[in-house]
Design a protein around this ligand. Structure first.
Ligand code: M3P
Ligand code: FE
Length: 309
Protein backbone atom coordinates (compact mmCIF):
# COMPACT_ATOMS: atom_id res chain seq x y z
CA UNK A 1 0.00 0.00 0.00
CA UNK A 2 1.03 3.60 0.02
CA UNK A 3 1.11 6.95 -1.65
CA UNK A 4 2.09 6.81 -5.29
CA UNK A 5 2.41 10.39 -6.44
CA UNK A 6 0.95 13.84 -6.79
CA UNK A 7 -2.34 13.68 -8.71
CA UNK A 8 -3.62 17.24 -8.94
CA UNK A 9 -3.57 20.71 -7.43
CA UNK A 10 -6.73 22.83 -7.10
CA UNK A 11 -6.29 26.61 -7.00
CA UNK A 12 -8.27 29.85 -7.20
CA UNK A 13 -7.50 32.76 -9.51
CA UNK A 14 -9.08 36.21 -9.80
CA UNK A 15 -8.84 36.21 -13.63
CA UNK A 16 -9.67 32.82 -15.07
CA UNK A 17 -9.53 33.95 -18.71
CA UNK A 18 -6.06 35.48 -18.33
CA UNK A 19 -4.84 32.47 -16.35
CA UNK A 20 -6.26 30.11 -18.98
CA UNK A 21 -4.53 32.02 -21.79
CA UNK A 22 -1.22 31.80 -19.89
CA UNK A 23 -1.50 28.12 -18.89
CA UNK A 24 -2.46 27.05 -22.43
CA UNK A 25 -0.37 29.40 -24.62
CA UNK A 26 2.73 30.07 -22.49
CA UNK A 27 2.94 27.03 -20.21
CA UNK A 28 1.50 24.93 -23.02
CA UNK A 29 -0.94 22.78 -21.07
CA UNK A 30 -3.96 21.08 -22.59
CA UNK A 31 -7.30 22.60 -21.57
CA UNK A 32 -9.44 19.58 -20.72
CA UNK A 33 -12.77 21.07 -19.76
CA UNK A 34 -14.45 24.28 -18.61
CA UNK A 35 -17.46 23.97 -16.31
CA UNK A 36 -19.67 26.34 -14.37
CA UNK A 37 -21.55 24.65 -11.58
CA UNK A 38 -23.25 26.11 -8.54
CA UNK A 39 -20.64 24.99 -6.02
CA UNK A 40 -17.31 25.74 -7.77
CA UNK A 41 -18.36 28.44 -10.23
CA UNK A 42 -16.34 29.01 -13.40
CA UNK A 43 -13.67 26.29 -13.46
CA UNK A 44 -11.03 25.12 -15.95
CA UNK A 45 -9.24 21.75 -15.86
CA UNK A 46 -5.76 21.40 -17.36
CA UNK A 47 -3.32 18.55 -17.98
CA UNK A 48 0.09 18.04 -19.57
CA UNK A 49 0.39 16.25 -22.89
CA UNK A 50 1.85 13.02 -21.44
CA UNK A 51 -0.43 12.72 -18.42
CA UNK A 52 -2.91 9.86 -18.30
CA UNK A 53 -5.35 11.20 -15.69
CA UNK A 54 -8.24 13.55 -16.43
CA UNK A 55 -6.35 16.60 -15.13
CA UNK A 56 -3.44 17.70 -12.94
CA UNK A 57 -4.56 21.29 -12.36
CA UNK A 58 -7.97 22.70 -11.48
CA UNK A 59 -8.35 26.48 -11.53
CA UNK A 60 -11.54 28.22 -10.52
CA UNK A 61 -12.50 31.85 -10.48
CA UNK A 62 -12.38 33.48 -7.06
CA UNK A 63 -11.47 37.06 -6.13
CA UNK A 64 -8.75 35.71 -3.83
CA UNK A 65 -5.83 33.74 -5.24
CA UNK A 66 -5.06 30.62 -3.21
CA UNK A 67 -4.95 26.88 -3.02
CA UNK A 68 -8.18 24.95 -2.38
CA UNK A 69 -6.46 21.59 -1.90
CA UNK A 70 -3.92 19.15 -3.30
CA UNK A 71 -4.45 15.48 -4.06
CA UNK A 72 -2.16 12.46 -4.00
CA UNK A 73 -2.99 9.09 -5.54
CA UNK A 74 -2.72 5.93 -3.46
CA UNK A 75 -1.62 2.55 -4.82
CA UNK A 76 -4.69 0.42 -3.99
CA UNK A 77 -8.39 1.11 -3.58
CA UNK A 78 -8.34 -0.31 -0.03
CA UNK A 79 -5.57 2.09 1.01
CA UNK A 80 -8.19 4.79 1.58
CA UNK A 81 -9.65 2.76 4.49
CA UNK A 82 -6.21 2.23 5.98
CA UNK A 83 -5.35 5.93 5.72
CA UNK A 84 -8.75 6.92 7.11
CA UNK A 85 -7.93 4.92 10.25
CA UNK A 86 -4.31 6.15 10.49
CA UNK A 87 -5.46 9.75 10.12
CA UNK A 88 -8.19 9.33 12.74
CA UNK A 89 -5.62 7.78 15.13
CA UNK A 90 -3.40 10.81 14.56
CA UNK A 91 -6.34 13.05 15.45
CA UNK A 92 -7.15 14.46 12.02
CA UNK A 93 -10.75 15.12 10.98
CA UNK A 94 -11.32 13.04 7.88
CA UNK A 95 -14.24 13.43 5.49
CA UNK A 96 -15.23 11.27 2.54
CA UNK A 97 -15.90 12.80 -0.85
CA UNK A 98 -18.18 10.49 -2.83
CA UNK A 99 -18.01 9.53 -6.47
CA UNK A 100 -19.74 12.16 -8.58
CA UNK A 101 -18.84 15.08 -6.31
CA UNK A 102 -15.60 15.97 -8.10
CA UNK A 103 -14.83 16.03 -11.83
CA UNK A 104 -12.32 13.38 -12.92
CA UNK A 105 -12.19 11.33 -9.75
CA UNK A 106 -14.24 8.95 -7.65
CA UNK A 107 -14.28 8.47 -3.91
CA UNK A 108 -11.59 10.28 -1.94
CA UNK A 109 -10.75 11.30 1.62
CA UNK A 110 -10.04 14.88 2.71
CA UNK A 111 -8.27 16.22 5.74
CA UNK A 112 -6.19 19.12 6.94
CA UNK A 113 -2.44 18.53 7.26
CA UNK A 114 -0.72 19.93 10.40
CA UNK A 115 0.50 22.96 8.43
CA UNK A 116 -3.09 23.88 7.50
CA UNK A 117 -3.38 22.89 3.82
CA UNK A 118 -6.30 20.70 2.72
CA UNK A 119 -5.12 17.40 1.29
CA UNK A 120 -7.00 14.61 -0.49
CA UNK A 121 -6.12 11.00 -1.14
CA UNK A 122 -7.73 9.24 -4.07
CA UNK A 123 -7.34 5.97 -5.89
CA UNK A 124 -10.18 6.15 -8.44
CA UNK A 125 -9.07 8.70 -11.03
CA UNK A 126 -10.59 9.01 -14.49
CA UNK A 127 -7.98 7.78 -16.98
CA UNK A 128 -8.42 9.77 -20.16
CA UNK A 129 -4.96 9.00 -21.59
CA UNK A 130 -2.18 11.16 -22.95
CA UNK A 131 -2.39 12.86 -26.34
CA UNK A 132 -0.27 10.17 -28.06
CA UNK A 133 -2.70 7.30 -27.54
CA UNK A 134 -1.83 3.64 -26.96
CA UNK A 135 -1.79 2.36 -30.53
CA UNK A 136 1.59 2.78 -32.27
CA UNK A 137 2.21 5.99 -30.33
CA UNK A 138 4.75 8.49 -31.56
CA UNK A 139 7.52 9.03 -29.01
CA UNK A 140 7.15 12.79 -29.14
CA UNK A 141 4.22 15.19 -29.10
CA UNK A 142 3.29 17.18 -32.22
CA UNK A 143 6.08 19.72 -32.88
CA UNK A 144 3.62 22.60 -33.00
CA UNK A 145 2.37 22.42 -29.40
CA UNK A 146 2.33 26.00 -28.12
CA UNK A 147 4.41 27.24 -25.21
CA UNK A 148 6.71 25.29 -22.91
CA UNK A 149 4.54 22.15 -23.13
CA UNK A 150 5.92 20.07 -20.24
CA UNK A 151 5.11 16.35 -20.39
CA UNK A 152 3.92 16.20 -16.77
CA UNK A 153 3.62 17.84 -13.40
CA UNK A 154 6.50 16.89 -11.10
CA UNK A 155 6.18 18.15 -7.52
CA UNK A 156 4.84 20.84 -5.24
CA UNK A 157 6.08 22.82 -2.27
CA UNK A 158 4.00 24.00 0.67
CA UNK A 159 4.97 26.14 3.64
CA UNK A 160 4.74 25.21 7.32
CA UNK A 161 5.38 27.14 10.51
CA UNK A 162 6.53 23.89 12.14
CA UNK A 163 8.35 22.01 9.38
CA UNK A 164 9.31 19.18 11.76
CA UNK A 165 5.71 18.51 12.76
CA UNK A 166 4.54 18.53 9.14
CA UNK A 167 7.43 16.28 8.09
CA UNK A 168 6.62 13.74 10.81
CA UNK A 169 3.00 13.69 9.64
CA UNK A 170 3.95 13.07 6.01
CA UNK A 171 6.44 10.37 7.02
CA UNK A 172 4.72 8.59 9.92
CA UNK A 173 1.04 8.90 8.97
CA UNK A 174 1.21 9.02 5.16
CA UNK A 175 4.39 6.97 4.67
CA UNK A 176 6.35 9.31 2.42
CA UNK A 177 10.16 8.97 2.49
CA UNK A 178 12.44 11.81 3.53
CA UNK A 179 15.19 12.34 0.93
CA UNK A 180 16.79 15.67 1.96
CA UNK A 181 16.48 18.14 4.82
CA UNK A 182 17.83 21.53 5.89
CA UNK A 183 18.61 21.87 9.60
CA UNK A 184 19.16 25.04 11.62
CA UNK A 185 21.92 25.29 14.24
CA UNK A 186 19.66 23.66 16.85
CA UNK A 187 18.88 20.67 14.64
CA UNK A 188 15.38 21.86 13.77
CA UNK A 189 14.13 21.18 10.26
CA UNK A 190 13.78 24.30 8.09
CA UNK A 191 12.94 22.36 4.96
CA UNK A 192 12.23 18.76 3.96
CA UNK A 193 11.96 16.94 0.62
CA UNK A 194 9.69 13.88 0.55
CA UNK A 195 9.02 11.16 -2.03
CA UNK A 196 6.10 8.79 -2.52
CA UNK A 197 6.59 5.65 -4.61
CA UNK A 198 8.38 7.58 -7.33
CA UNK A 199 12.16 7.44 -7.67
CA UNK A 200 12.43 11.20 -7.82
CA UNK A 201 13.96 13.22 -4.98
CA UNK A 202 10.60 14.79 -4.16
CA UNK A 203 6.90 14.67 -4.81
CA UNK A 204 6.35 17.31 -2.15
CA UNK A 205 8.64 19.59 -0.21
CA UNK A 206 7.87 21.60 2.92
CA UNK A 207 9.76 24.76 3.77
CA UNK A 208 9.40 27.14 6.71
CA UNK A 209 6.74 29.79 6.07
CA UNK A 210 3.12 30.59 6.87
CA UNK A 211 0.76 27.69 7.48
CA UNK A 212 -1.70 27.02 4.69
CA UNK A 213 0.48 28.57 1.99
CA UNK A 214 1.45 27.17 -1.40
CA UNK A 215 4.97 28.12 -2.49
CA UNK A 216 4.92 26.64 -6.02
CA UNK A 217 4.29 23.61 -8.12
CA UNK A 218 6.70 22.37 -10.76
CA UNK A 219 6.46 20.82 -14.20
CA UNK A 220 8.94 18.25 -15.43
CA UNK A 221 11.04 18.95 -18.53
CA UNK A 222 13.22 16.28 -20.10
CA UNK A 223 16.58 18.02 -20.08
CA UNK A 224 18.57 21.19 -19.50
CA UNK A 225 18.11 22.31 -23.09
CA UNK A 226 14.35 22.38 -22.52
CA UNK A 227 14.90 24.54 -19.44
CA UNK A 228 16.90 26.95 -21.61
CA UNK A 229 14.11 26.98 -24.22
CA UNK A 230 11.54 27.53 -21.47
CA UNK A 231 13.49 30.61 -20.33
CA UNK A 232 13.35 31.95 -23.90
CA UNK A 233 9.59 31.31 -24.07
CA UNK A 234 9.02 33.01 -20.71
CA UNK A 235 11.12 36.06 -21.57
CA UNK A 236 9.54 36.33 -25.03
CA UNK A 237 6.08 36.39 -23.46
CA UNK A 238 7.03 38.94 -20.82
CA UNK A 239 6.59 36.52 -17.92
CA UNK A 240 8.24 37.61 -14.68
CA UNK A 241 11.11 35.23 -13.86
CA UNK A 242 11.77 34.80 -10.14
CA UNK A 243 15.05 32.79 -10.23
CA UNK A 244 17.12 30.99 -12.82
CA UNK A 245 17.67 29.26 -15.10
CA UNK A 246 19.97 27.68 -12.52
CA UNK A 247 20.63 24.55 -10.52
CA UNK A 248 19.46 23.45 -7.08
CA UNK A 249 22.01 21.95 -4.70
CA UNK A 250 19.13 20.15 -3.00
CA UNK A 251 17.82 17.51 -5.48
CA UNK A 252 20.57 18.60 -8.00
CA UNK A 253 17.74 19.64 -10.32
CA UNK A 254 17.90 22.35 -12.98
CA UNK A 255 15.22 24.93 -12.54
CA UNK A 256 13.50 28.21 -13.37
CA UNK A 257 10.94 29.87 -11.09
CA UNK A 258 8.46 32.36 -12.52
CA UNK A 259 5.04 33.83 -11.80
CA UNK A 260 1.77 33.24 -13.60
CA UNK A 261 -0.04 36.50 -14.50
CA UNK A 262 -1.97 36.46 -11.21
CA UNK A 263 1.11 35.88 -9.06
CA UNK A 264 1.18 32.12 -8.47
CA UNK A 265 4.75 30.79 -8.61
CA UNK A 266 5.47 28.05 -11.12
CA UNK A 267 8.69 26.08 -11.63
CA UNK A 268 10.07 23.98 -14.46
CA UNK A 269 12.43 21.29 -13.26
CA UNK A 270 14.67 18.60 -14.71
CA UNK A 271 17.54 16.39 -13.66
CA UNK A 272 17.77 15.48 -10.06
CA UNK A 273 18.96 12.03 -9.11
CA UNK A 274 17.40 8.58 -8.96
CA UNK A 275 16.28 7.78 -5.40
CA UNK A 276 16.28 4.21 -4.18
CA UNK A 277 13.86 3.42 -1.33
CA UNK A 278 16.77 2.67 1.02
CA UNK A 279 18.71 5.82 0.22
CA UNK A 280 20.29 7.65 3.13
CA UNK A 281 18.96 11.14 3.89
CA UNK A 282 21.02 14.11 2.68
CA UNK A 283 21.34 16.95 5.20
CA UNK A 284 22.10 20.63 4.51
CA UNK A 285 23.13 23.07 7.19
CA UNK A 286 21.51 26.51 7.40
CA UNK A 287 24.89 28.14 6.52
CA UNK A 288 25.07 26.20 3.23
CA UNK A 289 21.38 26.56 2.36
CA UNK A 290 22.17 29.30 -0.22
CA UNK A 291 23.97 26.65 -2.30
CA UNK A 292 21.24 24.14 -1.53
CA UNK A 293 18.66 26.51 -2.99
CA UNK A 294 20.62 27.97 -5.91
CA UNK A 295 23.96 26.28 -6.30
CA UNK A 296 25.57 28.80 -8.67
CA UNK A 297 24.27 31.98 -7.03
CA UNK A 298 24.59 30.81 -3.41
CA UNK A 299 21.81 33.13 -2.27
CA UNK A 300 18.80 32.86 0.00
CA UNK A 301 16.55 35.31 -1.85
CA UNK A 302 13.99 37.02 0.38
CA UNK A 303 11.43 37.29 -2.44
CA UNK A 304 11.85 33.59 -3.06
CA UNK A 305 11.32 32.66 0.59
CA UNK A 306 8.66 35.24 1.49
CA UNK A 307 6.40 35.28 -1.59
CA UNK A 308 3.78 32.56 -1.61
CA UNK A 309 0.16 31.96 -2.54
C1 M3P B 1 12.55 23.35 -4.69
C2 M3P B 1 12.93 22.09 -5.33
C3 M3P B 1 12.64 26.53 -0.96
C4 M3P B 1 13.17 25.45 -1.76
C5 M3P B 1 12.69 25.04 -2.92
C6 M3P B 1 13.19 23.89 -3.61
C7 M3P B 1 11.35 27.15 -1.23
O1 M3P B 1 11.54 23.96 -5.24
O2 M3P B 1 12.32 21.76 -6.33
O3 M3P B 1 13.83 21.41 -4.82
O4 M3P B 1 13.28 26.93 -0.03
FE1 FE C 1 10.41 22.86 -6.59
Amino acid sequence: MGILRLAHIDVRTPDLDLATAYYTEVMGLQQVQRTNDAELGDTVYFKCWDEEDHHSLRMRYNPRTGMDSFTFRVEHEDDLHVYEKKLADYGAQVSRVSKGEAVGQGESIRFEVPSGQIMELVWDVEKTGNILGKSNPSPVPPPDLPGIAPPRMDHMLVNAEEVGEAARFFQDVLGLRLTEQVLDGNGHQLGVWLAGRTNSPHDIAIVNGPNGALHHWAYWLDDWDHIRKAADTLAYNGVQIDQGPTRHGVTRGNTIYFFDPLGIRNEVFTGGYWVDPDQEIITWTEQEFGKGLFYYENIVSQRFLRMHT
